[in-house]
Each structure stands twice: as C-alpha cells, then as structure tokens.
Design a binder for this molecule. Structure first.
Ligand code: FES
Length: 105
C-alpha cells in the first residue's frame, strides 16, 4: 500500500446509509439517504466538492440512535439526524471551508 502524503479532502462527512429489513434499526430505514443526498447537493452548489466529501457509510455502530453522521477529522458525531438538521450541519462544517480563501490542500 501507499500512504498518501496528505488527506485528499479537508473534511469528510460520513452519513450512515446502512439498510436492513423493514422495521429493524438501520439509518437508511429512517431516511439517511435523503440526508446524504441533500448534503451532497449543498456541497456541490457551493463548489466545495473538491475539498469536502459527503460519503455514504455503512454501519457506524450506533444503529438504535440513527440516522447517524460523523465528520472527520473534526471527530464530531451526530445521532437522530433529520433533514431539518442539515442547515446547522452545513453552518458548522461546510461554511467554514466556503469562507476560507486559502485552502490547506
Ligand atoms: S445502521 Fe447506521 S449506525 Fe448502524
């Protein structure tokens, strides 16, 4: 393997999109795919797709409290995420990149 000399993205939002049988605890069963899609649309609309990645994750191990999302390298985790939470997530984790004039990568 080869270790990358630097991270390819300044920030990655991992949205659990794990699916299970209907009625079982799983983030996708609670609408996480729509959350991931909305975040991705916003990042693209802001032209930040080269600096910030919105990634569909498999199980993050917190199934009973999903939809779950974690932001790296911030190491901030959110549970019970809804579409209504997307603006606050964008404000905290996406907008700072939009504001920065000199990207670090
Ligand atoms: S299914 Fe999302 S954390 Fe397990």
């Amino acid at each position: 393997m080869r270790e990358m000399p630097r991270a390819p993205y300044e920030r990655t939002l991992f949205v659990c999109c794990n699916e299970r049988e209907p009625g079982q605890d799983a983030c996708a069963n609670r609408g996480s795919a729509e959350i991931q899609k909305r975040l991705k649309e916003i990042v693209k609309s802001k032209g930040l797709q080269g600096r910030l990645r919105v990634s569909r994750a498999m199980c993050l191990g917190l199934c009973s409290v999903g939809p779950n999302l974690c932001v790296m390298p911030d190491n901030v985790w959110y549970t019970h995420v809804t579409l209504e939470d997307v603006p606050a997530i964008v404000e905290r984790h996406v907008a700072p990149l939009e504001d920065s004039r000199n990207p670090s990568i």
